[in-house]
Write a protein that binds this ligand. Structure first.
Ligand SMILES: NC(=O)c1ccc[n+]([C@@H]2O[C@H](COP(=O)([O-])OP(=O)(O)OC[C@H]3O[C@@H](n4cnc5c(N)ncnc54)[C@H](OP(=O)(O)O)[C@@H]3O)[C@@H](O)[C@H]2O)c1
Length: 350
């Protein structure tokens, strides 16, 4: 198994893993056959972004419930360290690296999961960034990075894994969204989601295009529209730091969950979205310079309820309680537009 994991990880991240020592020492003794037999007797869960933050806590809890956990993130070092801990505790886990700023790496991750497992019982679409990494204005796919990492990559991953989710006796998908929600404007004249093509730039505006402002990139500190149930504890200053791309990507995840729940009605797959907790003690919050107000344990409680509780499908939760999302999530036409745009951008058939 370890060979397989390492091969997959090397294939996906190459240099990252090559420079990261496998921290488990003796844990490398388990053979492919050992794990192969072990995971087959367990339900299987994939938690994206489980190398740190709330995703790590969710992965650990799923391990405690007896799941084989597929750990994902970019950091092979942190991913393999978690796998190591789970194996040491008598559980079963594998790590697969994929950078969600690359649709190719998402496809590779999906191929690895489809090839390695005959079913998937849980998919937690959790990996996320608050803002693009310094210096990254557009991804190599020519897309807005926050939209791609938080939403589009998960849309593609979910589509590619649906056959395996359908093969599970009862499957659950959870989209980890947020209270920060801003409506998506599908205006082809101003496609905020993709890098402008050269000919689209008005020569008269060339100067300003050469030095993009926060507003050009859609990162102006515009207040995301509050969902109906409000967000106590988020001050205006904090809200401004959240940013429009993040809020847009998070609402997109909710539209996706609602759309998918409708599509999967009558199947054994339940899909929900949630705001896990406000400003947990994670890297994302630390990087935004915001004082933590909650713990990853609180956020994980809310996610676990959607993974194990009697919650139905097609809902949005504010932590533990059913809540109302931004009104656009209930707009079927908006959901259709997002679905068509996403399929196009992700290179899926219409
Ligand atoms: N923190 C909060 O208060 C809060 C509130 C509401 C919603 N949320 C949502 O909760 C989820 C988890 O957030 P968190 O606070 O736990 O964040 P975090 O601690 O920063 O963890 C983010 C995870 O995503 C992975 N990740 C980041 N960029 C990636 C990329 N380009 N490709 C693949 N994986 C990537 C990271 O792993 P690597 O570094 O290994 O890639 C890490 O495992 C996010 O979706 C976030 O929007 C958080």
């Amino acid at each position: 198994m370890l060979v397989g994991v390492l091969a997959a990880a090397v294939f996906l991240v190459g240099p990252i893993l090559a420079s990261a020592a496998y921290p488990g020492g003796g844990k490398g003794q388990l053979s492919a056959q050992d794990i192969g037999e072990e995971w087959a007797e367990r339900p299987v869960a994939l938690v994206t972004g489980s190398t740190g933050g709330m995703g790590r806590e969710i992965a650990w809890r799923l391990h405690e419930l007896g799941y084989h956990v597929i750990v994902h993130g970019r950091s092979a070092q942190r991913g393999l360290a978690l796998v190591d801990e789970i194996l040491e505790a008598g559980g079963s886990a594998t790590f697969h690296a994929a950078d969600f700023t690359s649709l190719d790496q998402v496809r590779s991750l999906a191929m690895t999961v489809v090839a390695g497992y005959d079913r998937l019982d849980i998919l937690v679409n959790n990996a996320g960034i608050g803002s693009a990494e310094d210096g990254m204005e557009w991804t190599d796919d020519g897309l807005e990075p926050v939209f791609q990492v938080n939403y589009l990559s998960h849309f593609l991953l979910t589509e590619l894994l649906l056959p395996r989710l359908r093969a599970a006796p009862e499957a659950r998908i959870v989209n980890v969204a947020s209270l920060a929600q801003a409506p998506l404007v599908f205006d082809d004249e101003e496609p905020w989601w993709k890098e402008p093509e050269e000919e689209e730039i008005d020569p008269e505006e060339q100067e300003s295009a050469d030095t993009p402002t926060a507003t050009d990139r859609g990162t102006e500190p515009e207040s995301p529209q509050e969902p109906a149930d409000g967000d106590e504890g988020v001050g205006e200053e904090d809200e401004a730091r959240i940013g429009l791309p993040y809020a847009r990507s998070k609402l997109a995840q909710i539209l996706h969950a609602f759309d998918l729940a409708e599509e999967l009605e009558g199947t054994s797959i339940q899909v929900n979205a949630l705001h896990p907790a406000t400003f947990m003690d994670t890297y994302m919050v630390e990087r935004a310079g915001i004082e933590p107000q909650a713990t990853v344990e609180e956020g994980a409680d809310a996610v676990m309820q959607l993974l194990t509780g009697e919650v139905g499908s097609g809902g949005y939760f504010n932590q533990m309680e059913p809540a109302e999302a931004h009104e656009q999530a209930y707009d079927r036409e908006a959901r259709r537009q997002l679905r068509e745009l996403s399929r196009h951008l992700a290179g899926l058939d219409p």
